[in-house]
Design a protein around this ligand. Sequence first.
Ligand SMILES: [Zn+2]
Length: 392
Amino acid sequence: MKQDHLLVLASDEYLLPGFIDLHIHAPQWPQAGLALDRPLNEWLDQYTFPLEARYQDTEFAQQVYERLVPELLANGTTTALYFGTIHNTANLILAKAAIKFGQRALIGKVAMDNPNQTPEYYRDDSAKVALQQTEQFIQQVEALHVDIGGNVTPVITPRFIPSCTDETLLGLGQLAQRYDLPIQSHCSESNWEHQFVIDRFGLHDAQVLDKFGLLTNRSVMAHATQLDTQDAALFRSRGTAIAHCPISNAYFGNGVLPVNRLLNQHNKVGLGSDISGGYSPSLYENCRQAVQSARILEDGVDTKLSPEKRGVINSRISMKTAFYLATTGGADSLNIPAGKIEVGKMADLQIVQDQNNCFSVDPADVLERLMYQTNRNNIKKVFVGGQLVHQN
Ligand SMILES: [Zn+2]
């Protein structure tokens, strides 16, 4: 969309802000939808770690990443906060794919060096290596910008507390401060993970991350389903955001994030696909699941209990709230001027066709219909920073 160039929409087309995926594991795209009935630790050990280890093979990395980035753009995702793998060569291939296809990307070299919680074939050899490689990736992305331009931000990325030693967590906090970079990790994702951190530190994830300088106003922590009231207050005081991943949480979260309560308390919350803990690359689908999960939280599920004891009151969210999470909530979490169509924001946009336009509804309801009915085929054009990056 060039300046002074008028683009006229058809009568059944609507202009929406592009979506911001706050949590996605790029290397896990080939297994999206697999083994989602397994417990988290089995899913990691038997599927995820062996797959991620394959990214030592740069040809494989290129094959996957050059498919994933266009797929996300075609689904209206204009910005993504990615976990890569431990391999910087593959991480750079992801950065180059984002630049090539025009996506706004934030990418982390995954740090994971705890020998007790990571397999021998897929781990950083030591804390020193994890930190050196993280710093190397920061410098490689800087060099890439000098070479070919683009819009990639390196991100400090401890996989999650169990897979990192204290030395690595501490060093990563220091690197984030030294280079003034965003941070991403998982926080209190499941019963197992939450309890593991209590057993190791006698503290909750939020407190441990804070102790190591990893809870800042540039941090985005995925899931947080097990966060308690004090943890949520700590997130607020640090300005740390939550990446709500409702599809993934339905499989691995052991609970539903109380999005409505967190938003009312002014916690920062956005939306993530969590490929491949979640199977879908579409934030439309994640918005739908966010509304469904919140409704289930309100109603409860155990019919042995009386209705008034079964659920958590005031948990429902509207589709408008889910849309906020996928747009402004994500932009505010990343501190970027996006997620809204207004002067001063970047032109990250999608043009969507209303396939049920023939059935007239109140204009106020059109957004809801679009959010429920839009699939990849209805997303006609996608722009990042005013540049056309996808056309259908
Ligand atoms: Zn994740």
